[in-house]
Ligand binder design. Structure first.
Ligand code: MN
Length: 235
C-alpha cells in the first residue's frame, strides 16, 4: 500500500504555493486561501456609503495566486480605469478550526504583515449596483501584494499602531489599527463559523479611509508600525 499522497499523479505539475517572506527567517510561509473583510474601519465604511453601527462583518476572497510576495512591480490590470489602493493589516494563520473562540483565534495566528487590497473600483461599483459578485473587482491577477510577515510570538501590532499609505511620497491613507470595528480575533472567530480555517490562510482585515486611484508609474509605500514596509510600483 502506498499513501494517497505518494500515489497522486498529475497531468502537469501543480502550481507551487505562493511563499511569503518571514522577517528574520529563511523559510517561507505557504499561502493557502485569502479572505478579506469589507468595511472594517468606521471612516472607510462611511466613505463607501455604509453604516458602521449596524453592519455585521462580511467577507470576500481573492485567489491565492493573486498574492504578490514582497510587492515590487505590479502590472496595471486590464478592464479598469479606477484601480484603488486599500492598505490593510494581513493576518496569517498557522492553525485553524471551526467555531473558534476569540482566544483560540488568537492562538491560530502565525504572524502579521502589511498588504494592499487592490480593487478595480469601477467594476466593484457596477457589481454593487447590479447585485453581482465582487470577484472580478477584487480577485484579479496581482491584486494582493503582501510584505514580509513578523511572527506574533516575536511582536504583535498594538491598537495604537499607525497604518498608512503614501503614493509618490504623499499621504493618502492614515489610521490606527485600534479603529477596526471588528478586531482581528473577532473577525477570525466570526469567519470560522462560515468556513473551517486552515494553516496557510491569510485574512486581510480592512482599510482605513482615504482609498483612491493609482495610475501607471505611481510608487506606493504601505506601512504599519512594527511591521516591514511594503513598496510597490504600478507598471
Ligand atoms: Mn479591502
Amino acid at each position: 500500500m502506498t499513501s494517497g499522497r505518494e500515489s497522486l499523479t498529475f497531468i502537469f505539475p501543480p502550481a507551487a504555493p505562493v511563499g511569503l517572506a518571514i522577517d528574520g527567517e529563511t523559510r517561507l510561509f505557504p499561502v493557502g486561501r485569502v479572505f478579506c473583510i469589507g468595511r472594517n474601519y468606521a471612516d472607510h465604511a462611511i466613505e463607501m456609503g455604509g453604516d458602521p453601527e449596524r453592519e455585521e462583518p462580511f467577507f470576500f476572497a481573492k485567489p491565492a495566486s493573486a498574492i504578490i510576495a514582497g510587492g515590487g512591480s505590479l502590472p496595471y490590470p486590464p478592464a479598469t480605469a479606477s484601480l484603488h489602493h486599500e492598505v490593510e493589516l494581513v493576518v496569517a494563520l498557522a492553525s485553524g478550526g471551526r467555531n473558534l473562540s476569540r482566544s483560540a483565534a488568537r492562538e491560530a495566528i502565525f504572524g502579521h504583515a502589511v498588504g494592499i487590497d487592490l480593487t478595480r473600483r469601477d467594476l466593484q461599483d457596477i457589481a454593487k449596483r447590479s447585485g453581482r459578485p465582487w470577484d472580478m473587482a477584487k480577485g484579479f491577477d496581482a491584486s494582493g501584494p503582501v510584505g514580509a510577515l513578523v511572527p506574533a510570538a516575536r511582536r504583535e501590532p498594538s491598537g495604537d499602531a499607525s497604518i498608512t499609505l503614501d503614493v509618490n511620497g504623499e499621504r493618502r491613507q492614515s489610521g490606527t489599527l485600534g479603529q477596526m470595528i471588528w478586531k482581528p480575533d473577532e473577525s477570525l472567530a466570526w469567519l470560522s463559523t462560515l468556513v473551517e480555517l486552515k494553516p496557510g490562510d491569510l485574512v486581510f482585515t480592512g482599510t482605513p479611509a482615504g482609498v483612491g486611484a493609482v495610475v501607471s508609474g505611481d510608487r506606493i509605500a504601505a506601512r504599519i508600525t512594527g511591521l516591514p514596509a511594503l513598496h510597490c510600483t504600478i507598471m
